[in-house]
Design a protein around this ligand. Structure first.
Ligand code: GDD
Ligand code: MG
Length: 344
């Protein structure tokens, strides 16, 4: 009696920490591939961008919530066939709600605090550092930043002497960008932030909500590590090179077996591929059931499920959508090809 009030530390319950991942965008900059496959399910270095992104969430994140919009069913089907190593809940939205509206739509699933991640981001960051920062310094949230040459396609910030975000401007013209430090798309928030997002309509978190939150104290963690947002064909292929060059062997090692082919690593080969007499690599992902003709060459590219490549064809720095047939002898360079037509 009276004893046991102190729970031994080994038995103390871990706090519930959710990782919310935004995956509902249209992926317009990756059309025509994204007419059939949502951006985050395009494989790079052997698995979908989304799985690499989820790997970024620190171990204390026990459950993941996908804020889905466009092609929510494709995510559901992929996750059912390829379970992720942490539980993943999908929450769909019926009309596109933007990054803020998409977050608001999953509010019921959020923990306090919760991690928030753009589902197209890969990085060599340790996001546990955001947790430590928020615990130590307090405030509404902690965001990750990274210095880049041209900040204009991203959210750009300046910081005060205490390392808090002082100014934030989304996608400024290059000449008026206030710094070269960009929002890396991974952050940690107190649950109360959800009350600051208008409900029931499309909201850009970065444009409409974030600037007004700065007086509440948002910490900036400036990382110096590899990073990419896989939102365009060039960036997606760069993300693939980065992932191949920084493999997480503790988590996932893709197969590089393609009997009868000349394989130049690093390469990731999906199930049921054939490539007798072909040359594959460096930096190539083949989806499932890809067939490469004799004498064909594939380098620095991603070929999705069911692609066929005719004899002697050459594919470099390209993305090829599911089921596409590359004719014999074709030369495909710097292209983004898909079989499907836009809807309507
Ligand atoms: N649920 C939902 N609903 N998700 C969405 C919606 C939507 O309407 N619109 C976009 N998303 C998802 C995208 O699928 C993506 O995973 C994430 O939100 C970010 O959207 P992007 O369209 O990729 O934004 P961005 O790359 O132009 O800019 C964002 O990311 C940059 C870093 O990668 C911003 O957060 C920038 O500030 C940031 O620098
Ligand atoms: Mg993006």
């Amino acid at each position: 009696m009276g004893l046991g009030a102190d729970v031994p530390s080994g038995e103390r319950e871990e706090p519930d920490v959710a990782g919310i991942v935004l995956v509902g965008g249209l992926g317009t900059r990756l059309r025509p591939i994204t007419y059939s496959v949502p951006k985050q399910l395009i494989p790079v270095a052997g698995q979908p961008i989304l799985y690499h992104a989820m790997d970024l969430l620190p171990p204390r994140v026990r459950r993941i919530v996908l804020a889905c919009g466009y092609k929510a069913e494709a995510f559901r089907a992929y996750l059912a066939a390829h379970p992720y190593r942490r539980p993943v809940t999908l929450v769909p939205e019926s009309t596109p709600l933007g990054t803020g509206g998409g977050l608001k739509n999953v509010a019921a699933e959020a923990s306090d605090p919760f991690f928030l991640l753009n589902g197209d981001v890969i990085a060599g960051f340790d996001l546990e550092e955001l947790w430590e920062l928020l615990q130590e310094e307090g405030g509404l949230g902690a965001m990750s930043f990274l210095e880049v040459e041209d900040p204009s396609p991203y959210g750009v910030a300046t910081f005060d002497g205490q390392g808090r975000v002082q100014r934030f401007v989304e996608k400024p013209p290059r000449e008026s960008a206030p710094s070269r430090w960009i929002n890396a798309g991974a952050s940690l928030w107190r649950r109360e932030v959800l009350g600051e997002i208008p409900g029931g309509r499309e909201v850009s978190f970065e444009k409409e909500v974030l600037p007004g939150l700065l007086p509440r104290g948002i910490l900036g963690k400036c990382y110096r590590a590899w990073w990419e947002d896989a939102g365009t064909p060039e960036r997606l292929l760069h993300a693939q090179r980065l992932l191949f060059d920084h493999p997480r062997t503790d988590r996932f090692t893709p197969s590089a077996r393609l009997p009868g082919a000349r394989v130049v690593p690093p390469v990731a080969v999906g199930r049921g591929c054939a490539g007798e007499g072909a040359t594959v690599g460096r930096y190539v992902t083949l989806g499932e059931g890809v067939r490469l003709g004799a004498g064909s060459q594939v380098e620095d590219s991603v070929l999705l499920d069911g692609v066929t490549v005719g004899e002697g064809a050459r594919i470099v720095r390209s993305l090829v959508g599911p089921g596409y047939a590359v004719p014999p002898g074709a030369v495909v360079e710097g292209a983004c090809l898909a079989r499907v037509d836009p809807p309507g």
